[in-house]
Design a binder for this molecule. Structure first.
Ligand SMILES: Cc1ncc(COP(=O)(O)O)c(C=O)c1O
Length: 387
């Protein structure tokens, strides 16, 4: 698809009318298998694990949103974000070395530490804010640098362009988890990344009603190996969830505008509140990487975390919220709050959490698209309930 603006791509990329019936919406093909036209011939599909017409459309849409018209970019949909990360890592071999940003979603660290490390792959966490530390960590067998930016839940950023330059000088691939900003607010491929990863469960779907994950690749070799993992491992996305994400994508630009407006207003308000010890939001001029956020992001989004000082303060706050829901996940139209230490990062040891900066009083906020005045009033009464 040509490089249209996001609003146009979101409605039309991969979402052209059905050639058979003219249906304006992508048909939901629930068939697990497809009639063959002969021996070794088919109409484009044979078995849904290997390829499904509804999934194909979502994969086209994902590639269009991340590629900005760059040729050769391909999308691949997986059952969850974790399945997408697993598929990314599936091409690593015993003896390979992987560098991962030290601040990542707890599930990603759990996958690396408790599963991937069993396969003889060396994993090293590096503070990507320190490019000298990154240079020093690179070994002859380093195959992949995995970044999550902004990071969950501390909103630490990785300079994608700088990391890609260092990595490419050593022939190393760079992947970026773009879940927190969506393709609307950050384009890792434009900044030099090789592969983009998404938990489509979040902003891309946007309605908290389906899981999903995606990889967006840039080379033929990456596409071939990712297709092989889809077929061979089989953690592909169900057609129903592909359909729901396609529907969600149509309003992604509209939703992201509202998320962004609310996120900025609420972060600014929280930053002045005496009960809030710290607000982690790259859109605030006080964020240590604000200049990088301005340079590499197209917006600041609606993810942030706040430190309330103690687990007791966090407990009272979460018990008092009325519009915000005390729930894991993020990126849906509804505002959510969650206690990072016992939810998204529960799998990590207390020492690792402290080393990352995840304190007992840390609460992550995913700001939805409700009216910001109602959200601020809700936060105000919940913060008052801390006592
Ligand atoms: C940044 C990030 N990446 C990946 C994932 C995993 O996605 P999923 O829950 O769809 O498996 C999450 C889940 O919260 C996440 O926040």
């Amino acid at each position: 698809m040509p490089s249209y603006q996001y609003e146009t791509l979101a409605v039309h990329a991969g979402q052209h009318p059905d050639p058979l019936t003219g249906a304006v919406n992508v048909p939901l093909y629930l068939s697990s298998t497809f009639e063959l036209t002969g021996i070794g011939t088919d109409k484009g599909w044979d078995y849904s694990r290997a390829g499904n017409p509804t999934r194909d459309r979502l994969e086209l849409a994902l590639a269009a949103l991340e590629s900005n018209g760059r040729p050769g970019v391909k999308g691949f949909a997986f059952a969850t974000g974790m399945a997408a990360i697993s598929a990314l890592l599936a091409h690593l071999h015993s003896g390979d070395h992987l560098i991962c940003s030290h601040n990542v979603y707890g599930g990603t660290a759990r996958l690396l530490d408790q599963i991937i490390s069993h396969y003889g792959i060396a994993i090293q966490y590096v503070d990507m804010g320190n490019l000298d530390a990154l240079r020093a960590a690179i070994r002859p067998n380093t195959k992949l640098i995995y970044c999550e930016t902004p990071s969950n839940p501390l909103m630490q950023l990785t300079d994608i362009r700088a990391v890609a330059e260092i990595a490419h000088a050593h022939g190393i691939e760079v992947s970026v988890d773009n879940t927190f900003l969506s393709p609307m607010l950050q384009s890792p491929l434009e900044l030099g990344a090789d592969i983009v990863m998404h938990s489509t469960t979040k902003f891309l779907n946007g309605h908290s009603d389906g899981l999903g994950g995606a990889l967006i690749t840039t080379t033929q070799q990456q596409a071939e190996r990712t297709l092989l993992v889809q077929k061979a491992v089989g953690a592909t996305l169900s057609p129903l969830e592909c359909f729901l994400i396609l529907r969600g994508i149509k309003t992604l630009p509209l939703r992201m505008r509202q998320h962004e407006e609310n996120g900025r207003a609420i972060a600014a308000w929280l930053a002045t509140h005496p009960k809030v010890k710290q607000v982690n939001y790259p859109g605030l001029a006080t964020h240590p990487q604000h200049a990088l956020a301005v340079r590499q992001q197209k917006g600041f989004g609606s993810m942030m975390s706040i430190d309330l000082g103690s687990v007791e303060a966090a407990r009272r706050f979460l018990a008092a919220i009325r519009i915000f829901l005390n729930a894991e996940s993020l990126g849906g139209v509804e505002s959510l709050a969650s206690h990072s230490s016992t939810t998204t990062h529960a799998a990590l040891s207390p020492e690792r959490k402290l080393e990352m900066g995840i304190t007992e009083g840390l609460v992550r906020l995913s700001i939805g698209i409700e009216h910001k005045d109602d959200l601020i009033a809700d936060l105000e009464q919940a913060l008052a309930a801390i006592g």
